[in-house]
Design a protein around this ligand. Structure first.
Ligand code: PLP
Length: 413
């Protein structure tokens, strides 16, 4: 059930700024940060993977609160810098970096380039040489297995991401020999959207072993080791939120033992995470344009659907579409089963099937939860040229329009 002060906030955001709208509640991110620091902070610094939500105002809000930032393109790097992040706090991941991006980020003083292949290392070495630099780099490794329980796998199978761990003995010495790159550590991001503490702990145990073995084999004393967190969030009714204390209790002794090994005594361990930081702080608010009874079903057709929130339509990497947790803003008496669609002329524009909600009428607002990550920038916003969603930052109850993406046409009225 939503908190009592949430609905007035969402209704006010929709009323003042229009719908569809994403509302990002910063108090919820503050709480999440405090929980992360309290449970895992003794071992890890935090790096925000901005791909999940690159809203400039949010980036500025996060800048004094989170240690590091991970960018995955030259565009993200530019956004982070414009939002106030010092370039040397950024790492740059991504499997298809262009020379121009590598050149621009190195020239601007990027913290670490995360190398995903030998080809990329050789190109970066050439570029750094031309700039008269020695660029700090991390080498991204792809483990040969990911435990069960992750919603998406970036390793453990053929994958564009990182260097397969089987190939590391052959490739790493070649990277280490490149004179304009300084290998300061390793990076692994092998799976995400996991809601099982034991699977998270098992995955990090795999990382620890790989870090140990690789550093020993290559004679590396790393400054930094990045753990791709894999921490998931409860999108759907019945999902159990992750317990950070359970993860800490499971993996804590292993992390402490690792840190006590002489090779890693000075190593900074970094947890790279996106959705877990901001996902649950975001609500997607869409307004019912029309209702319809059709062949025994109740339908509500809304002003924002798949075009504004691809993930909620189940088309962003979900095998079977499942409803997001959602509620009718302001509540109501009774419940009925309703199918929710968006404004697009396609049957895949569906953001709810058989959802139990108070009876809906034209003008009602529906709030989809867990919408703070992979929202507007991960959606086909321009398909059919409907108004693009507003983005609203709610800081301690104050609302601010922080919309980044301009609509195809100015919203009439
Ligand atoms: C390299 C890397 N870092 C970070 C993330 C962020 O993942 P999440 O938002 O699930 O935490 C991803 C997800 O695809 C990734 O590939």
């Amino acid at each position: 059930m939503p908190k009592p002060d949430l609905d007035p906030l969402l209704a006010s955001a929709a009323g003042r700024f229009g719908t569809p709208a994403y509302v990002y509640v910063t108090d919820a991110i503050d709480t999440r940060l405090a929980d992360l620091r309290a449970t895992l902070g003794q071992w890890f610094a935090l790096s925000y993977a901005m791909k999940c939500n690159p809203n400039p105002a949010l980036l500025s809000w996060l800048e004094p609160r989170v240690d590091l930032i991970d960018v995955s393109s030259g565009g993200e790097f530019a956004l982070a810098c414009a939002a106030g992040w010092a370039p040397d706090r950024a790492s740059f991941t991504g499997p298809a970096k262009r020379d121009a991006e590598v050149q621009a980020t190195i020239a601007a003083g990027l913290g670490e380039l995360v190398l995903e292949s030998l080809r990329e290392a050789q190109a970066a070495n050439r570029i750094a040489a031309a700039l008269g630099r020695v660029q700090p780099v991390l080498i991204r490794l792809a483990p040969d297995r990911v435990p069960k329980g992750f919603g998406d796998h970036m390793a453990g199978r053929p994958s564009p991401f990182g260097i397969d761990i089987e190939d590391a003995p052959e490739i790493l010495p070649q990277i280490l020999a490149l004179p304009h790159l300084r290998v300061i550590g390793l990076h692994i991001y092998s799976g995400t959207q996991c809601l099982k503490p034991a699977a998270i702990a098992e995955n990090w145990r795999i990382f620890l072993q790989i870090f140990r073995d690789t550093c020993a084999a290559q004679g590396l004393t790393p400054q930094k080791l990045v753990f791709g967190s894999g921490l998931g969030i409860p999108y759907h009714p019945g999902d159990t939120p992750l317990s950070l204390p359970d993860i800490a209790a499971d993996i804590g002794p292993d992390l402490s033992a690792f840190r006590s090994e002489p090779r890693f005594a000075q190593t900074k361990l970094v947890l790279e995470l996106g959705r877990f930081l901001v996902g649950e702080a975001g609500y997607f608010v869409t307004r019912v344009i029309s209702t319809k009874a059709s062949r025994g079903s109740r339908l509500a057709i809304c002003d924002g659907g798949m075009n504004a929130h691809l993930a909620a339509s189940g088309n962003f990497g979900m095998v079977l579409r499942r409803n997001y947790v959602m509620h009718k803003v302001g509540g109501g008496i009774g419940e009925e089963k309703v199918d929710l669609s968006g404004p697009l002329c396609t049957s895949i524009d569906k953001i709810g099937g058989g959802v139990l909600l108070p009876p809906l009428a034209e003008g009602d607002l529906i709030a989809l939860h867990t919408s703070g990550a992979y929202g507007p920038t991960a959606s086909p916003l321009h398909f059919i040229s409907h108004p693009t969603p507003r983005e609203i930052l709610a800081e301690g109850g104050q609302l601010r329009d922080v919309t980044r993406i301009a609509p195809a046409l100015p919203t009439p009225g």
